[in-house]
Design a protein around this ligand. Sequence first.
Ligand SMILES: *[C@@H]1O[C@H](CO)[C@@H](O)[C@H](O)[C@H]1NC(C)=O
Ligand SMILES: *[C@@H]1O[C@H](CO)[C@@H](O)[C@H](O)[C@H]1NC(C)=O
Length: 498
Amino acid sequence: MRFFSKHQDFSKSAISVIALVNCLANSVLAFTPPPVFENTVLSRTIDITGSYVRETVSITIKNVADKPEYIYYFALGPDSFTKIAVFEGRERRSNKGSLLTITPSTKTNDEENVNFYEIELSTPLKPHEESVIQFGIAFVDQIAPSPEYASQSDSQLLSYDGSRFTLSAYPSISQTLKVNTVGFNSEDLTAEDFQADEDNKEEGEEKYNLLPESEATALTYGPFTNVKPYSVSPMIVRYEYPRAVLKTTKLQRDIWISHWGATISFEESYQLHHFGTKLKDNSFSRLEFNKRSPDYNLNIASFKGMEIMLPENAREPYYTDLVGNVSTSHFRKSHDGSSLTLKPRYPLFGGWNYNFTIGWSVDLDEYVKTLEPDTYLLKVPLLQGPEEMPYDEVVINIVLPEGSTGIDIATLHPSQPETLFFTKSYLDFAGRPSLQLVYNNLIDSYRRTFVFVTYKYTPQAAFSKPLVLSGVFATLFTSILFLSKIDLSVSSFKPKKA
Ligand SMILES: *[C@@H]1O[C@H](CO)[C@@H](O)[C@H](O)[C@H]1NC(C)=O
Ligand SMILES: *[C@@H]1O[C@H](CO)[C@@H](O)[C@H](O)[C@H]1NC(C)=O
C-alpha cells in the first residue's frame, strides 16, 4: 500500500499522469531469493464462498542464515500476480501486529514461472529466530463456470484452479491448506489422478497424500511435510453455487461538490456482468423461470436484484436503466443507513450484462471540512456500492466548484502490478476543475478506504466549519481485509426458493 500526494496548482491547467514503474519491465530473468528463510509452519485458507477469492496465509518463518535478515520474498504464479485486488500483511512479532510494508518486486524468476512480493519485516530477524507473518490477499477473476453452458434446469457449477502446495521460494517444514466452500457438492476434480502419480514415485522421493478430507463446508489438505521450494500440485475445485456471480466490468463514479447548494451529489453508472453459467443456446424460458422448482438450477443462480447501502442521510435517490426510471426500486431509510433495492425487469443469467445508474445527494458537511478560511478538505469513500462485488475498472471523477485552486489529492492505492498507474487529470468539466482517478481490480472492501482532496475556494457567501484535521491522514493506513469478515457465514447460502 502506498500513499500518494502530489500538489498541483490548478491554474496551470496541466494534465498530469503519474505512471509508476512498470514492475515487469527491467526484470531480472532468473532471480532466486537468497535461501535465508525456512517456513516452519505454513497454513493457508482459500475462501471461494463469494464472487472473488479471499486467501489468508499464515507463515512461521525462521532465519536459517548466519546474519540478520529482513526481506522475505512471497512467491506467486504470474496468473495470480495479475489478479490481485488486495495484498496486505502483518507481523505478529511486535505485539501491535503492525502492518507490513509489501512491494511488488521487479525481480522475477521465469524459469520457475514466478513473481515476487517483497515483504519488509518490522525489524531484522536474527539467526535462528522465528516470527509469524500473516497475509490477507484477494484475487479477482479466479472463478469460472465449469461447464460454461448448461440448460435452465441444471445447477450452476463453478470451478477454482489452484495448487495444493503454497508456492514459496523457501522450503516448508509443514504446510496445510483449507478451502472454504459454500458446501454444496465440492470436489477436487484432479486429486485422484495426481494421487496415482504420487504413489508411483521413486524410492527416496517425498510422497504426499493429496486427497482432501471433505467436511460439510471445506476441503482440507495436508499436512504436507518437507515441501521443496517452488513445489506446485495443480488442483481444480468444483462446486455447486446457487447464487449469481456478478462483477462490474466498469463503474463510473461521479462526485459533484457544490458549496452554493451545500450538497455533494453522487452518480454511479454500473456495467454489471453475470460471469456464471450461460444458458445453452440462449434458451431462456419464462415459463420454466416461473415454475419455481425447489431444486438448484440456473433460475436460482440468476440475478434478480440487490440492495445497495447508501449513507444514512442520503437524499433524492434515483435508479435508472436504459428504459428509464425503474418502478421496482425501493428506497429505505433507517438509523444504520439507507438502502436502495434494485430489481431489473428481467432476471440476469450467466454471460448477460445489465447497465444501470444510481444517484443520491448528501449535505456538504458530511464529507467536506473547512481547514482554514477558504481552504477545504474533502474525504469520500473510494467506493460505495454493493457488497461482494469485484470491479474490472473504476473511474472516479471528482468535480470541484468552479474557481477552486490549489488542488491536492491523497489516496491509498491498490498494490497490484497491472494497476501501478494512477491517473490524475484536471479536466475542464463545464468550467469546473475535476480530478479523475482510474483503478483496475478493485473489490467492495475498498469501501473502507478514502480519497482526500484539499482545495481553495472563495465563495460569495462565507462557509465555515470548525477545523477537524487531526488524525485524518492516519486513517489512510487502515487495513482493508483484516477488518472484514474473511470467513463468510455459510448460513446465508441456504437455497432460496427464488
Ligand atoms: C424519473 O423519476 C424522476 C423523479 O420521480 C422524474 O423527475 C423523472 O422525470 C423520471 N424519468 C423518467 C425517464 O421517467
Ligand atoms: C452497457 O454499456 C456499454 C457502454 O456504453 C455498452 O457497450 C453495452 O452494450 C451496454 N450493455 C447493455 C446490456 O446495455
